[in-house]
Structures are given as C-alpha cells and as structure tokens.
Design a protein around this ligand. Structure first.
Ligand SMILES: Nc1ncnc2c1ncn2[C@@H]1O[C@H](COP(=O)(O)OP(=O)(O)OP(=O)(O)O)[C@@H](O)[C@H]1O
Length: 565
C-alpha cells in the first residue's frame, strides 16, 4: 500500500475534519500520527480476528435479547472496522510486551483467565453476584448439561446459548436458587427449563405409585398467553425426554384440566389464580414438587397474584431433599457457611425488583445467585451522562484538572483515551497538575498493568488513564467518575466505558469531551443519553448537525470523499 493511501486511511481513522486535513497536507512532513510506524496495524495480521469475534458476539445476541443481523447497526459501520484496526493494533503491542491479548473466542477453555471471563461477561452484558458464581457458558458443549439434553438442544437448532442462558444454566445445574433480571424475548424459558430437566432426570420415573403426588416441577407465569408460550417452549425440550407438561390456566374448564392431569405430569405450567383454585379443589397436590420457577414475578405481583403465590409456595414440601443436608462448608463472600439442606430449588425471573418481589425472594429463595442481563442492569439507569465540547488536548487536560480540583468526584476516577500515545500525554499533564495518574495500555507489560491497577486500589494513584482494550475487564471498585478524554469509536465501546462507574447499586457520572471529529457517533450518543432517566442531552449535542440522524454508510462515504477532496 502506498504512503498516500496509508495517509488517507490514517486520516480517515483519525476522523480529522476537512480544514485540518488541508493544513496537514501542507505540512505533511511535520505531522506525527498518534501511533509509531512499527505499530502500524496495516501489515499482515488480519484485524478481523481481533475485533470481529467480540462484534460477532453482539451480532448473535444483542443486549439481553435475540437480535437479528442488523446491517445498519454498528457491526456494519466502517467505524467498527476502525475499532478492529485499533484493537488489532493494541493486541500487537500487547503481544510485543509479552501479554496474551487474544480475545476469549480465540482461546481454549483451559486458557481462559479471570480477566477473559470479565471481558466475556461484558461482551454479553452479563453481570452476576451472590458468591461462588460459576463461569458462564461459552458454548453448549462446554457445559455440564447432560448429553441427552444436549442432543435435544441440537435437534431444536439452538446454535448458541443466549446471554441469560449462558449464566443461568451453569448456576441452575448446581441446583442453586436464582434471581434473573432479563428482558422478555431473551430466552429465559430454556435458561430455567434446561437445569430443571437435568434435576427431574435424576428423580424416580413417574409410575402409578407416585404420579398422584403431583408434579416434580412447577412454572408460574402472570398470564395465560405467557404460560402457553412457556408450555410450548418447554415441550420442545421435555417431550423428547419423555416428560409430560400440562398447563393450568384460566379460560379453560377445570374439568378439561382435570382430564389432562389424570395421568399426572412431571411439569406444570400455571397462572397463580387458576392453580390456587385447582389446589383448593384437591384436583392437584404439590407433595413432590421440588423445582419452582416464577417467571415475570413483577408482573404477577402487579396483577394482584401476590397472595396466590404465597398460598401456593406455602403448599410446597418443606422437608429437606434427600442427600441435600450434607453440611458442606463453603465460603460465600468471605463468610464460612454450611450448605444447609433445602426442600427445593427456586428460580425467580423479573424485569424489575419492586418491594413485594424482593419480599418474595427473601422469604422463599436461599442464597440466590443474582443475574442481570443487558438493559436491565445497564449503566443507563445508574450513570449520569454529561457531554462537553472541548477542542484541543491542552484545553481538555485543563478541564480535567478543573473537574478534579472541584473535589466533586472522589477517586478512583478513570480517564479513557483512544490511543496509547494520548494516554501517556494525558497522564503527564495530570501529573503536572499535581495528580497521580496510573496508565493502562497495551504497551505496558503484565507487571506494569498489575502495578497500575494496584496503585488505584491502594489509593497511591487517584486516576487511571486507559485505552479501550486495556480497560476491558478491569476490576476496580467504586469508580465515581469516568471521563472520555476522546469519545469512543462506537457507542458499544462508550457504554462499556461508562459502565465502569455506577455499579453495585451506586450512582456514577460520565463526562465525555466531544469535538466535531466525533460526527460519526454523535447521533448514537444523543440516543444513548436520551434513554437515561438521570441524564439530560446538552443543548449543544442536541442541536449539533451530526446528531440529527444516524449516519448511513453512504453518508459516511460521501463525507469522507468530500474530506478527501
Ligand atoms: N439459544 C437460543 N437460540 C436461538 N433461539 C432461542 C434461544 N433461546 C430461545 N430462543 C428463541 O427465542 C424466543 C424467545 O425465547 P423465550 O420465550 O424463552 O424468551 P423469554 O420471553 O425470555 O422467555 P419467557 O417467555 O419465559 O419470558 C423463542 O422463540 C425461543 O425459541
């Protein structure tokens, strides 16, 4: 590739505007790009391997819902191509520093480190807490799902687990209670049905001696439609395994449902009102029901089913399950606990956690793992997002010092930049201003990275200046403020960045310095901030010409051609 072609790509990558590029053309020899020649990503390594896998992860499943391929989304945009170039460049630098920066999708399971798992969860917008959370599923086969169930999954044609399935299934297979917060359409049914079927498969088969004792598993849902949707999804898995599902919902005669129950059913799907009715008429008992799922629990409570739910849950067996009371010692969040025996496995899915649902969870679930997927737990709700148009590196550094000296945001604070050279320059500027800044970018080796993160944890450093790739999967608590010294190249990268603050229920703040060069992501940024109930789109961004509509690839091409001219 010729130097002028290279220069054209670089200036496009840098997104410089027409006026600047004209000046640059005149003084070409003096201008130094933001990376060293030897870091050039345009040599033989394919950038695709670096970035497409992460982007690929987002193609399959958007944040918490099954997203189709979207050719206007960030995946297709050339900017993503730039991001891949940037990621690839950072990976090359990291490799030179002796760091293994392969994306998790390029690693065998046994080489996955904690940071890879943190990046994996970020890629699928998975967060989980509750102590001793098992790793999420990278694929169906890398799991302890029984073979006969894996064969059914393959027949159904589910190529990849959805985000909620990736995290809920490994936890469910441990027979551990779960609270799942995920949107409708995210694949919750399979997320609770697969562990449920693994559990039932270990129980004695239904015979005339035990079928009258009622179902082994019960799934409750707020409406008849949802219960029937869950029934049809559950049948896909249960029927090939020889298990019977029966739904008990309003709108059907009790006689008909009595008829359907005459041979018993391992799994019952029901709306609480009708189920309570059928129990009171002694048409059904729950004497051997050891697996309970409440789906869309917030809607069940909002529809007035709280009392019915309590009635039903109080009729479940209370004696301990065989072999469960093993007194096994375990460490949960540093506290030694003895695994108490349990009478059942209880899973609760909900899009929100209003007080009545919280009360249900506290009363009927034991040491639940709490899984949050995508939007439900995204920064959008807990991070106040601000934007300031600041042109020039010096002005930006001065502005950061003003923010820091206002003492409005206690350390640690993270400053994100787009290139490693910028990271070094910003850290020096902050140090000149009397602030101790640690640096994290792919030019740093593992020891330097650990030292940087450690200095932040011990308080030796107040600020971490990081690039996107190096900033992925970092585990720094209580970040009060994220500053985007340069706007991220894509809105996904922006959301990952601001997600470093506003965690564990605390509110955080993100301040982004914008310039006219950020025209490609301005519309997406305006949309993202508009979604936040605690943020306001600044007038300057709201009125900016580039924020009025999503820039199609055609428009980007035209604008670049103009710039080239
Ligand atoms: N891993 C997967 N791969 C492909 N399609 C899936 C996968 N999991 C679920 N689906 C499909 O996605 C759709 C939504 O699934 P599901 O009904 O479980 O979503 P949900 O609304 O989250 O669950 P629920 O109905 O329990 O609230 C269904 O058509 C289902 O067949």
């Amino acid at each position: 590739m010729t130097e002028s072609e290279m220069s054209a790509i670089r200036s496009r990558y840098l997104g410089v505007d027409k006026k600047k590029r004209k000046i640059r053309k005149m003084n070409d020899r003096k201008f130094v790009f933001d990376w060293d020649a030897q870091d050039d990503t345009l040599n033989n390594e394919s950038p695709a391997a670096a970035g497409i896998n992460r982007q690929g992860a987002q193609i399959m499943f958007g944040r918490g819902h099954l997203a189709g391929l979207d050719d206007t989304g960030p995946i297709a945009s050339r900017r993503t191509g730039d991001v891949q170039l940037a990621d690839a460049r950072e990976r090359r630098q990291a490799a030179k520093a002796g760091l293994d920066e392969r994306h998790w999708s390029e690693k065998p399971l046994e080489e996955m480190r904690d940071r890879d798992w943190r990046i994996f969860r970020e890629d699928f917008s998975i967060s989980a807490r509750g102590g001793q959370i098992p790793h999420p599923l990278r694929s169906w086969t890398e799991s302890s799902i029984p073979v006969q169930i894996l064969e059914v999954i393959e027949k159904i044609g589910y190529k990849e687990p959805s985000p909620i399935q990736r995290q809920a299934i490994p936890i469910g297979l441990q027979n551990r209670d779960i609270i799942g917060i995920a949107e409708t359409g995210s694949g919750k049914t399979a997320a609770f049905v697969i562990p449920m079927l693994a559990f039932i498969s270990r129980l004695p088969p239904f015979t005339d001696e035990n079928r009258h004792l009622g179902p082994y598993a019960l799934i409750m849902a707020p409406t008849r439609e949802l219960a029937q949707q869950i029934e049809s999804e559950t049948r896909k898995f249960a029927s090939p395994l020889g298990f019977k599902c029966v739904s008990i919902v309003g709108g059907r005669s009790v006689e008909e449902q009595q008829f359907n129950l005459r041979e018993g059913a391992e799994i019952i799907i029901a709306t609480p009102g009708r189920l309570k009715d059928v129990i009171e008429r002694h048409v059904l008992v729950l004497s051997q029901c050891r697996y309970v799922v409440m789906d869309e629990a917030d809607r069940m409570v909002n529809l007035g089913f709280e009392a019915d739910l309590l009635f039903i849950l109080d009729r479940l067996p209370s004696e301990l399950m065989e072999g469960e009371d093993n007194g096994e010692q375990m460490d949960v969040d540093g506290e030694t606990m003895v695994r108490k025996g349990r009478s059942r496995v209880t899973t609760l899915f909900s899009a929100t956690m209003p007080p009545p649902v919280e009360r249900l969870a506290k009363k009927y679930l034991k040491r639940p793992a709490v899984i949050t997927i995508g939007e439900a737990g995204r920064a959008v709700d807990t991070v106040e997002q601000k934007v300031e148009f600041v042109a020039g590196d010096e002005k930006k550094i001065q502005r950061i010092l003003e923010i820091l000296n206002s003492n409005q945001y206690p350390p640690p604070i993270i400053v994100f930049v787009n290139q490693k050279k910028t990271a070094d320059m910003v850290a020096k500027g902050l140090q000149r201003g009397g602030w101790n800044a640690a640096i994290l970018h792919s030019g740093k080796n593992q020891e330097q990275r650990e030292a940087a993160l450690n200095s932040l944890r011990t308080g030796d450093a107040d600020i971490l200046v990081a690039t996107d790739l190096a900033g992925r999967g970092i585990d720094v608590q209580d970040v009060s403020l994220v500053i985007n010294f340069q706007m991220a190249n894509t809105i996904e990268a922006y959301v990952h960045r601001i997600g470093r603050t506003g965690r564990a229920g605390k509110q955080g703040t993100a301040i982004t310095f914008l310039t006219n060069e950020d025209y490609e992501v301005m519309y997406d940024l305006k949309q993202e901030i508009s979604k936040s109930p605690i943020s306001k789109v600044s007038i300057e961004l709201a009125k900016h010409e580039a924020a009025q509509h999503k820039m199609s690839r055609e428009m980007k091409r035209k604008r670049d051609a103009e710039d080239e001219g």
